[in-house]
Design a protein around this ligand. Structure first.
Ligand code: BYC
Length: 473
């Protein structure tokens, strides 16, 4: 269905037919714009940026590209097309028609899921707000802003649901989404990772690889929801999300490529030599990876979760690509969970599968993360270095769930706290690493030029050359 851009709020939900809702959203719109002005990308409001904007929700030709100033971006409400015959695909209500309204008994948990999802979107924009000042190229600057405007739109997607289906408490929640801020001591964002600073581009690429990928898995599981408007909204969000992960994967691959070029040139693997030459050494890369991967694993929640069990049972949240499973009810099925025991060992306990749904999602996420690692390791192999990158064990450095507070090394072995503290600097970014990475962050804005710590991309955006002036400052 085409998107109506002649209205104040572009949409494909016939907003003009519901004057009350339209007025409520038009009341929220200036608050959003004010939030964007004060908490969104710092500066660059006057720059013309080569952005894509959604024009429809069909897989083919859903976006148009053109020069846009960010404050003029048309944030709107776009739902994937409805399937009137859609039925619930899992849980206790399996086979019943998907809900077009919120069942009263599920109102509160459903609102909680939507608010949690909504909270991450502006949080990420806040985390990234200063990065424009240290962009490695105009190509990267444009990608940053593309992601930022789309996260802004994803906030709109959740705010639409809150306004349209949750009455007064929904409107209040929508206001609060603009009042909590990433890293704010009094009013932080809801989930841990979204309060972590993203002040350098290595962190940005790690975030878009690992944290946006959590977004993919959470959105995919919400796309299965019995609440049809949520399913349709998240299905369309996933179309935009793919580019965010592409930015992460290719960004990290370009960082590795540059390190390898320096290593080949200097004929050394020595991290200090790589740093001296202005590139990011692989051990530092690995420590950043360990940090962002472990933080993103926490976003799946506890391994054993009654919230997850009831979300699955009630049909609020399924598993990504639910149709790939044979059993969609998961009653009387056990899941074997390895967890730390009192004797500082690891024991396996049988828990009901429904209670382990967070862990099921996390395991598929880990497999997806592995794909990038495989590609990067092939890059290393081709370059003839013996160094390899590795995902740390999911037990490493966890703050949520059964492994929270248990000291494990990156291989997953439980170690004494003293040993963890002694070796932490080998495993996680140190102040020195952060200062070094920060020292490389110098803005490069001549068309086609790249900072010295990152290789150019393989191709430009939408068939344009890499030298194209993606941002006109
Ligand atoms: N930090 O039973 P539990 C994205 C809380 S990213 C802090 O363990 P549950 C994006 C939890 O909220 C995807 N708190 O877990 C990416 C609960 O608190 P309440 C975002 C945490 O409820 C990049 C308590 O612990 N979408 O889109 O089964 C850029 C016990 O909960 C954390 C979603 O997350 C944490 N890491 O699952 C832009 C989907 N983990 O309620 C965007 C919606 C847990 O008792 N959310 N807690 O106060 C959910 O599905 C679930 O809320 C969670 C947690 C998976 C997050």
């Amino acid at each position: 269905m085409a998107i109506n851009y002649s209205e104040k709020i572009p949409n494909n939900v016939n907003l003009t037919d519901d004057r009350t809702l339209q007025r409520a959203l038009e009341h929220w719109q200036p608050k959003f714009l004010e939030w964007w002005r004060t908490m969104g990308p710092s500066d660059f409001a006057a720059a013309d940026i080569y952005l894509r904007t959604a024009v429809g929700v069909d897989a083919a030709g859903w976006a148009s590209y053109g020069q846009v100033r960010m404050p003029d971006y048309r944030w709107g409400i776009f739902l994937a097309d409805a399937d009137p015959a859609r039925t619930i695909g899992f849980g206790d209500h399996m086979g019943e028609p998907a809900w077009q309204q919120v069942p009263g008994e599920y109102r509160s948990p459903l609102r909680r899921l939507i608010v949690t999802q909504g909270d991450t979107e502006p949080a990420s924009v806040e985390q990234q707000r200063l990065l424009g000042h240290s962009c490695p190229s105009l190509y990267d600057l444009r990608n940053l802003f593309q992601i930022n405007v789309e996260e802004g739109r994803h906030l709109w997607a959740m705010v639409y649901l809150l306004h349209a289906y949750f009455g007064r408490d929904g409107r209040e929640e929508a206001e609060e989404l603009l009042e909590r801020h990433s890293g704010d001591a009094d009013k932080p964002r809801i989930l841990g990772t979204f309060n972590e600073p993203v002040t350098d581009w290595l962190s940005f690429f790690m975030f878009t690889y690992f944290t946006d990928r959590d977004g993919k898995y959470q959105l995919k599981s919400l796309a299965e929801s019995a609440f049809d408007p949520l399913a349709r909204t998240t299905r369309f969000m996933l179309t935009e999300e793919a580019h965010h992960m592409f930015v992460g994967e290719t960004g990290l691959s370009r960082v590795i490529k540059r390190a390898l070029e320096v290593m080949t040139e200097l004929r050394t693997d020595d991290p200090a030599a790589v740093r001296n030459a202005g590139a990011i050494d692989l051990p530092t890369f690995q420590r950043y990876l360990n940090f962002w991967f472990s933080s993103s694993l926490d976003l799946f929640g506890s391994e054993v979760s009654s919230n997850a069990a009831s979300s699955f049972a009630t049909g609020l949240k399924g598993r990504p690509d639910e149709s790939q499973y044979d059993d969609h009810r998961c009653v009387d099925v056990a899941f074997e969970l390895a967890q730390p025991d009192a004797a500082r060992g690891i024991s396996t306990e049988s828990i009901p599968l429904r209670n382990a749904m967070n862990e099921v999602l996390r395991a598929s996420y880990v497999r997806d993360c592995e794909l990038g690692l495989k590609r990067w390791n092939r890059q290393l192999e081709r370059a003839g270095t013996a160094q390899r990158l590795k995902l740390p064990s999911p037990r490493f450095h966890r703050a949520i769930g059964v492994w929270a507070g248990v000291h494990c090394d990156p291989d997953g072995a439980i170690v004494a706290e003293s040993e963890f503290r002694r070796r932490e600097g080998e495993w996680l970014p140190t102040d020195g690493d952060r200062a070094f990475v920060q020292s490389l962050m110098r803005q490069v804005v001549a068309p086609g030029r790249m900072a010295g710590w990152i290789a150019p991309p393989e191709r430009g955006i939408n068939s344009l050359p890499i030298e194209y002036e993606y941002v006109r400052l």
